[in-house]
Ligand binder design. Structure first.
Ligand SMILES: NC(=O)c1ccc[n+]([C@@H]2O[C@H](COP(=O)([O-])OP(=O)(O)OC[C@H]3O[C@@H](n4cnc5c(N)ncnc54)[C@H](OP(=O)(O)O)[C@@H]3O)[C@@H](O)[C@H]2O)c1
Length: 301
């Protein structure tokens, strides 16, 4: 995804403006300029010497501790550096602390790409002022939705998973997609954004599709029901589970690798959907945060 982001910066230069990527921190050190071979460097020292305006995190999630990303964000905030992240783990574990710290330091923490990639699941909130959010429901994991869609058509879970892997939708180890954990991380973030829940991923009750039989899917189909892995956040619950939806449910028609998000407010129900994964789409989520950040700061406009 890092590479796609660099390509997007280049392709959309006119709209994004004149940003310069001053370095890339990899496991084996800093490349600055980014084409140069990485040299071992300490992150604090890198932040002090490069002093970027924005730190962008596109590293893989570490759900044990959220590290090294969580510490990196805190170090960035201390130096007045904004953070844009595609990495769910720090937010699913430490949302309240990280947001609190960014507010205290008067910098922005932006994370559109963590849920539904470039489909504006998080940034939609900006254009819904004065709404009272009652609940958030979503189909938030494209791999499991693809598999359920295939099973509904009569294909076994194992064959559908193999298909998903061949098409590049599933991870080589798809456990976190199948057992509901990835969706649990995403609903944790959404519940904080829309319901101010203060939740962490440890508060989510989650189950996945790993044990569903084809027989169960086909029996549901006979009854006019379509099982979906639905993540739900309300004032009273935070969970991910398989729910057989009837055709009147707004998420019923979200099939294949698509994601869907249903926001119930006191005024109206809002449904958005779109492809929730893929490196270029996720990179667009990051890019959109960057443009919104730029537009919100007098320094850049
Ligand atoms: N791809 C998508 O569709 C998508 C959508 C939304 C969000 N995201 C999130 O965006 C992030 C990037 O996704 P991706 O698909 O590009 O993942 P990826 O292909 O696994 O790449 C992650 C990169 O992060 C590097 N990395 C891991 N730990 C690091 C550390 N401690 N320090 C420096 N670099 C580290 C990895 O290096 P090594 O190769 O050395 O491990 C790898 O190059 C992930 O958090 C992912 O969950 C992805």
């Amino acid at each position: 995804m890092g590479k796609e982001l660099l390509r997007l910066f280049q392709d959309r230069k006119d709209q994004v403006g004149d940003f310069q990527v001053v370095g890339a921190m990899r496991r084996n050190g800093l490349s600055s300029p980014i084409e140069s071979p990485p040299k071992p460097r300490d992150l604090k020292e890198v932040l002090d010497s490069l002093l970027p305006d924005v730190l962008i995190d596109v590293s893989s999630p570490n759900y044990e501790s959220g590290e090294p990303s969580t510490s990196a964000y805190l170090e960035a905030f201390k130096r007045g550096i904004h953070v844009i992240t595609a990495n769910k783990a720090p937010l699913a574990l430490h949302f309240v602390d990280l947001m609190g710290e960014s507010l205290k330091r008067n910098v922005k923490l932006m994370f559109q790409a963590t849920v539904m990639s470039g489909v504006p699941s998080i940034n939609l909130k900006r254009v819904l002022p004065a709404s009272h959010f009652i609940s958030v429901e979503g189909i938030l994991n494209g791999t499991s939705n693809y598999i359920l869609t295939k099973m509904y058509q009569g294909i076994s879970l194992r064959d559908a998973l193999r298909d998903a892997q061949e098409l590049g939708y599933a991870e080589p180890d798809p456990k976190l997609d199948l057992n509901g954990f990835d969706a649990a991380a995403k609903i944790t973030i959404l519940s904080n954004v829309y319901l101010n829940s203060g939740a962490t991923i440890k508060d989510v009750t989650f189950d996945g599709i790993q044990d569903l039989s084809l027989d169960y899917l086909l029996k549901c189909r006979e009854k006019g029901l379509k099982p979906k892995l639905v993540a739900t956040a309300s004032r009273s619950e935070l969970k991910v589970s398989v729910v057989p939806l009837d055709s009147s449910h707004p998420l019923y028609g979200i099939d294949g690798v698509n994601n869907g998000l249903l926001l119930r407010t006191d005024l109206e129900d809002i449904l958005i959907s779109g492809p929730g994964a893929g490196p270029r789409r996720a990179a667009y989520g990051v890019l959109s945060d960057l443009v919104l950040l730029k537009d919100s700061l007098p320094k850049f406009s």
